[in-house]
Design a protein around this ligand. Structure first.
Ligand SMILES: Cc1cc2nc3c(=O)[nH]c(=O)nc-3n(C[C@H](O)[C@H](O)[C@H](O)COP(=O)(O)OP(=O)(O)OC[C@H]3O[C@@H](n4cnc5c(N)ncnc54)[C@H](O)[C@@H]3O)c2cc1C
Length: 301
């Protein structure tokens, strides 16, 4: 069985960037993806903060990066990684179909926003429903929107949206916001923000394929054009819990070189514990991880 220099798990922007850099260093690499190239990017209708493009559809950006790595002849398999085992100096990567051997691993498995699980939630994504105010807030300038959630991310995003939107409703199932006091105080002072405590959404309504309103569990109908859901994210790291150190929320712990707790295993992108979860930060970490892997291979060969 051949031994790869590196196996990259996940072909979101972080994993594809890592693959690009490693392949250009002439490394013998394998990229494994369980769904389709692009990860979360594919689910983003319009990206307006990725340098080089005024506005680009997520799937178009994903495809162009994928074409770039295909041109470099990066070996790619569409399989799901289910386990990793240490094997002498190397690692065995087990998928739902096969087992592959490698000297190093780059974990780029990303994360997914937690969903409310309501009917119409999936079909209205990008048509009124969003999981990222930094990314999509500008589309709702001067409009009425609602936010679901009451922890720090939700409050920060509510503050951000209150600057650009006409009105922001904050719906939280508990009786007190769960963010830092300084953020709460700022939000309480906003005249265009209405906080609805002990409230959740019962129904999402649409009209002509776009979000029209929400019905709360207290039977209040709120007409809005945007619904931002901030009830947390789920890193795709369950299969990694006995391999590398994770924080309590399942994010992979790395140092500045993107090294995990296990020698030869690196991680990048939305799967790691960090402050900013964006495309630009994911590409940056993919780059750093690839260069660290190259240096590690040089030292150990
Ligand atoms: C709705 C939405 C809009 C956004 N808009 C913007 C924006 O406008 N600008 C911006 O900068 N950022 C935006 N973001 C954030 C940005 O998309 C992410 O930061 C970025 O895509 C993370 O890339 P990643 O490669 O780390 O992870 P991901 O994109 O999550 O990719 C991880 C990949 O790994 C694969 N994978 C996971 N587990 C396995 C496994 N066991 N085996 C094989 N493959 C596996 C997944 O299938 C996936 O393809 C948005 C996010 C969302 C959800």
């Amino acid at each position: 069985m051949q031994i790869y220099d590196s196996i990259i798990i996940g072909s979101g922007i972080a994993g594809m960037t890592g693959s690009l850099y490693l392949k250009r260093e002439n490394k013998n690499i394998l990229l494994i993806e369980k769904e389709m190239p692009g990860g979360q990017m594919v689910k983003t209708p319009a990206i307006e903060n990725y340098p080089g493009f005024v506005k680009i559809e997520g799937s178009t950006l994903a495809l162009s990066i994928y074409e770039q790595i295909k041109n470099l002849k990066v070996e790619t398999l569409f399989e799901e990684v289910i386990d990793i085992k240490e094997e002498k100096q190397n690692y065995e990567v087990k998928t739902n179909k096969n087992v592959y051997k490698t000297k190093t691993i780059l974990l780029a498995t990303g994360r997914e926003p937690r969903k409310l699980g309501l009917p119409k939630e999936n079909e209205l994504l990008g048509k009124g429903i969003s999981y990222c105010a930094t990314c999509d807030g500008a589309f709702f300038k001067g409009k009425e929107v609602a936010i679901v959630g009451g922890a720090s991310t939700a409050v920060t995003e509510a503050l951000f949206l209150s600057e650009i939107c006409k009105k922001v409703y904050v719906l939280y199932r508990k009786d007190n916001l769960r963010s830092e006091d300084i953020l709460k105080e700022k939000l309480y002072k906003k005249e265009n923000v209405e906080i609805l405590y002990e409230t959740s959404i019962k129904e999402i309504k649409e009209e002509k394929g776009k979000l029209k309103s929400i019905i709360t569990d207290k039977n209040r109908e709120i007409k809005i054009e945007g619904l931002f859901i901030f009830i947390g994210y789920e890193p795709k790291s369950t299969f990694l819990k006995n391999i590398v150190s994770l924080n309590n929320d399942g994010y992979i712990l790395v140092n500045k070189k993107m090294e995990t707790s296990k020698k030869g295993i690196y991680a990048c992108g939305d799967s790691i514990q960090k402050e900013v979860y964006q495309l630009t930060t994911a590409t940056s970490e993919g780059t750093i991880a690839a260069i660290s892997i190259k240096n590690y291979l040089l030292e150990t060969e």
